[in-house]
Design a protein around this ligand. Sequence first.
Ligand code: ATP
Ligand code: LTN
Length: 337
Amino acid sequence: MSEIVETPRPKRALSCIQPTGTPTIGNYFGALRNWVAMQEEMDCFFAVADLHAITVRQDPAKLRQQIREMFALLLAIGLDPEKNVIFVQSQVPTHAELSWLLACNTQFGELSRMTQFKDKSQKHADNVNAGLFTYPVLMAADILLYQPDYVPVGADQKQHVELTRDIAERFNSVYGNTFTVPEPYIMKKGAKVRSLQDPTKKMSKSDENQNAFISLKDDKDTILRKCKRAVTDSEACVCYREGKDGVNNLMELYSAVTGQSFEEIERAFEGKGYGDFKMAVGEAVAAELAPVQERFAMYLQDKAQLEALMKQGAEHAYAVSSRTLYKAKKKMGFVMV
Ligand code: ATP
Ligand code: LTN
């Protein structure tokens, strides 16, 4: 008798990025580039988290453009819409709905402890809206709807993924097994790119100082100029050591692009000044971004194709997520007709 061998479901991953401004090389090396590698190994869902973006006031015309750009960028970095589900969060209504159900299963105290909320409510003191506070609950809904095993994120999002795990575990124990409890998936190399102007902070696309970040739209001259102006120290030694935050940051970046270890970089730049090293970092980053920038322009040009791909992604995402939502509602006691 032949035996039926069940092939195990491939591991599943989900991640999202907010369409708030042009992504930086921090987003690229900390998140996006890892997504491209993951699509070869896992069943992947990637989304533009536009509902999260409105926790900070957005100009409608600008938001619309940024959503298109972020979607185009996901394609430009090499994510294949036939292999992955790539979609825009607001085009899939299950996210907002599960978010409410989860909000009623999340404690005020848990949300108060989120460091991003504390940071952002200080930064936007004139608009500390309820969405800013419940932001991690929407994020938990984004994740749990797709039952992923892994959530690739930068180190700054780890706390939110941990809260998602707590919410899932609690829901499962109260109502019965409903959600897969996901693991954060933090990549080591280039996991955190710091500001070029203040290397104690992470590089952020919403930084007011344009020299603090390299955007994925910056041309080669701009990239070289920003690298040249990067804050370092007065020691003139290309070596990775505590206290040398600026140089460490550039070395991490160079290592993320070239794959070289810190020792290799130290050897290659022994006896050379920061000027040479900064130029090398700029050249390497520019060369890595060039093909992405070319494809990005191509996708943005064809609005009809871009929207057709959005629709395809949203339909697929809806089909998967509505099954989880149905299960959660039924377990909670809603009447399903
Ligand atoms: P904002 O400036 O609007 O807060 P951001 O630049 O911090 O945005 P997000 O949209 O919050 O970016 O993050 C998208 C993804 O990129 C997340 O997975 C996040 O962890 C990662 N990321 C953001 N900034 C960095 C960074 N400097 N280094 C590494 N990863 C980062
Ligand atoms: N909060 C995240 C973006 C985000 C996300 C998600 C990441 C929204 N929903 C689900 C992973 C999984 C951020 O600001 N980087």
